[in-house]
Design a protein around this ligand. Sequence first.
Ligand SMILES: [Zn+2]
Length: 329
Amino acid sequence: MFKIFSRNFEYVDTHNGEVRFVPTVRDIYLCPICFEGFKEQDLEATSKTYLTLEHVPPDSLGGKGALLTCSKCNSESGKLLDKQLLTYLEGLDFADFLPNTKQNRPMTFNGNKINARIRVDGNGTVNLHLDPTRSNPVIFQNVIKEFKKAEDSLHEYVISGSMPLPETDSRLVEIALLRIGYLAIFSTFGYCSLLNQGMYYVKEQISKPTEKIIEHPYSIVLPSFEPGIYILKTPKELNCFVVIFDLKTKSTSRRFSVMLPGPSAPGVKIYSNFKTLFGEISNSNIPFELEHLPVKKYVSDIKLAFGYHFFWQKFSTSKSNNENDERIL
Ligand SMILES: [Zn+2]
């Protein structure tokens, strides 16, 4: 993987003399998140910062090893964001009582708060375990009495319980999704996809998740499209790359779509345009027009090294006069 991407970096450097890096890059892997350069020996975990295998989507959500990031980017922002996303998705699973889910949470029964564990097994059976060792003994007894009353009652007896879902930071969840989209674009198209001001903002946002660099990285709802990489052609205010992917928990799979800015207008404005067009919530009834990009070895084939720009010229609203791009593919 190091060799494939470092060669791709050279392709971008040498291609037609249009792009030149100073100094010239040879046998360098540039971490796509912090833009630090690494040598092949940095694959060994001997130095303070080294290269690690990065899964897209995250390993815990059914992803595959797709690229390398440095240990700093992988462990700092990566772990924080992936954890938020996993907690969020497991919370959704649990709220739906999907099989193989469990939560340890305080529960309130008729005003009495005790610690409890709810587990939904593989058959969908819900088990409620009230934990006396982690609850106030008096309150615990009260709850047990309530349950006994319910058991003894010949009539319907209502014990109302409530259990808050684990708290997740919805903004960090959005940035975690943005990170998956960004890494999917990079792992598919290589370094040419990073020569893009809008993508630079995305990179900054995912490497500093607690800062507000992109005000609201909206995701759109496109459930009828298969996973893959697309260019969104209309509405033109949202002209951008779209990455559609599935995230798999132990219980289910959910589909997400993330917008990533293309190399020319509207660029990073897609996010603010989205808000102007649709408000806070995306609407699946909006007629989005998308072009599905073919799956090819863009990173490892020098002839395809600028595939990212080729597709953008072909399908974006800004039209190309560049015949070289046509020739590449
Ligand atoms: Zn890094």
